[in-house]
Design a protein around this ligand. Structure first.
Ligand code: BTN
Length: 256
């Protein structure tokens, strides 16, 4: 069954995934999503690619998206005051979606990677357009390693895993896509009605409580990750007792 038809039959959402653009091959769903958003597409529109030839990740990295990966971008238009909740919405939607479909319990690595046993199974990239006090649109890209073996890709083999690798089963991309979209809408509506997702996000985050190093450009700092803030920032306690509020960076866990 085509993915559009599958979603049409199995989505429980009011608007998320109700307009879907499927492409067997795309450069990046982020660029296609952005084009649609600029043209005024409806909130909840989703762009999905069978594979990407120029997938991109956070911090200007490239993102490998071979056949068997799920690459999608979701367009939302939240009120500005809830924009920072989106990283919580999407990462929680992915961990819940993965659990529903495969039974696997994954964890969030701050800010929004999803890991299984310390290896990356999903990356999330959020690009926003804001005009004065309004969010014109937010495009969220979700890349999940579903039905391929990362061991066959030397660039990611030591750091990444996939649902196929973890379960030995051929998990369907349609199912995982549908589960993530269903969870996304529930969490998004909660966030936009003012309910905090912070506690749930923190509880699924493997970073909190660990001794970590954060690299952001040329700056590197170390400390204990204490908690996360409502606006998504990470609170890092340094050895001298001072507390840093971290907005962006790449985390490495230093000690168990
Ligand atoms: C990261 O971990 O750095 C984020 C990776 C985000 C990858 C997804 S795949 C769908 C969408 N299209 C892209 O080009 N990137 C995002």
């Amino acid at each position: 069954m085509a993915i559009e038809e599958y979603l049409n039959q199995h989505l429980t959402t009011a608007f998320t995934g109700r307009k879907v653009f499927w492409h067997p091959v795309l450069g990046s769903t982020m660029d296609e999503g952005r084009k649609l958003a600029v043209a005024g597409t409806a909130e909840g529109t989703v762009v999905i690619a069978g594979r990407q030839t120029a997938g991109r990740g956070r911090l200007k990295r490239s993102w490998l998206s071979p056949e068997g990966s799920l690459s999608m971008s979701i367009i939302m238009k939240p009120p500005l005051k809830y924009l920072s909740s989106l990283i919580m919405v999407y990462s929680l939607a992915v961990v819940k979606g993965i659990e529903t479909v495969s039974g696997i319990r994954s964890a969030i690595k701050w800010p929004n990677d999803v890991l299984i046993e310390g290896k990356k199974v999903c990356g999330i990239l959020i690009e926003n357009e804001i005009r004065s006090t309004e969010v014109t649109f937010s495009v969220a890209g979700i890349g999940i390693n579903v039905d391929f073996d990362p061991d066959h890709h030397t660039a990611i083999s030591s750091l990444a895993t996939s649902l196929f690798r973890e379960t030995g089963k051929r998990i369907s991309r349609k199912e995982i896509c549908c589960a993530v979209l269903n969870e996304t809408e529930k969490l998004y509506l909660e966030a936009c009605s003012g309910r905090s997702l912070r506690r749930r996000w923190q509880d699924r985050m493997e970073t909190v409580g660990r001794h970590i190093r954060i690299r952001s450009g040329d700056t590197v700092i170390e400390g204990i990750a204490e908690s996360v803030k409502e606006d998504g920032r990470l609170l890092l306690r340094r050895e001298d007792g001072s507390l840093e509020h971290i907005t962006v960076g790449d985390v490495t866990v230093l000690k168990e």
